[in-house]
Design a protein around this ligand. Structure first.
Ligand code: Z5A
Length: 224
């Protein structure tokens, strides 16, 4: 049985990661591949419990180090119970956010030193690095507008929902600008693994761009 491929989507809030993850899964399934869609934080029962803690806007402030440790605790379980077993069965795994988010959020934007993140990554992710990371790049202001509009649509109550962003959405514009820089730096430092995609286009155009990168880098048709 061939080992499956591991694709991650990264970027700031509202960049369109979840939308593109769904569209990519449809295309891969259409050519007969067995696809697992998952996300971080989360992706396993234990990971989802930690997600609730990590995104809780009422949680007392804590350091970027304590955040990173929790994200990596959730990631260790996610890898052990969901990602590695799926890859071993030859399934393709699409993950909405992964370790680059820790580097950008807790590292670049949160000022946690990269040496600590490297140590955690070597311990937890080790050889299970993504085969391809799709970095969706978008002006953070546009991303936040999209995320707010979606929250309003979901509850049909603009005022109530706009006042309830999660712990990360509520942070200042400078934090979100730093994030964008962090993701672009990761892509520049890892050109074989990462591809930067312009998130300003409409969802269909972005999906076409994603598909041509996936075909070019991972040749999905040949692994049917
Ligand atoms: N975090 C961290 O700090 N450290 C870590 O290690 C990890 C995560 C793993 C998880 O939040 C939070 O955890 C995250 C980072 C932190 N910060 N926050 N917040 P999440 O999973 O709940 O949220 P998110 O990852 O930021 O995703 P999102 O806000 O749901 O955005 P998205 O997935 O990139 O976008 P979307 O849902 O596909 O689209 C957003 C809206 O825009 C929606 O209404 C779409 O219909 C619309 N959309 C999508 N594409 C387009 C285009 N092309 N044009 C126009 N409108 C569009």
């Amino acid at each position: 049985m061939a080992i499956g491929k591991f694709i991650t989507l990264e970027g700031g809030e509202g960049a369109g990661k979840s939308t593109q993850a769904e569209l990519l899964a449809v295309r891969l399934r259409a050519i007969g591949l067995d696809v697992v869609m998952t996300r971080e934080p989360g992706g396993s029962p234990f990971g989802e419990r930690l997600r609730a803690v990590l995104l809780d806007a009422t949680m007392p402030e804590h350091s970027a180090l304590s955040e990173a440790l929790l994200f990596y605790a959730a990631r260790a379980d996610h890898l052990e119970t969901t990602i590695r077993p799926a890859l071993a069965k030859g399934r393709w795994v699409i993950c909405d956010r992964f370790a680059d988010s820790t580097r950008a959020y807790q590292g670049t934007a949160g000022a946690l030193d990269f040496k600590t993140i490297d140590t955690l990554d070597a311990l937890v992710v080790a050889q299970t690095q993504p085969d391809l990371t799709l970095m969706i790049d978008l002006d953070p202001e546009v991303g936040m507008q999209r995320a707010n509009a979606r929250r309003c649509l979901q509850t049909n109550d603009a005022e109530e929902t706009a006042s309830h962003p999660d712990r990360f959405e509520g942070r200042a514009a400078a934090f979100h600008e730093a994030l964008r820089r962090g993701f672009l730096d990761i892509a520049a430092n890892n050109p074989e693994r990462c591809a930067v995609i312009d998130g300003n286009n409409d969802a269909e155009t972005i999906s076409d761009n994603v598909w041509s990168i996936v075909k070019d880098r991972l040749q999905p048709g040949e692994r049917k």
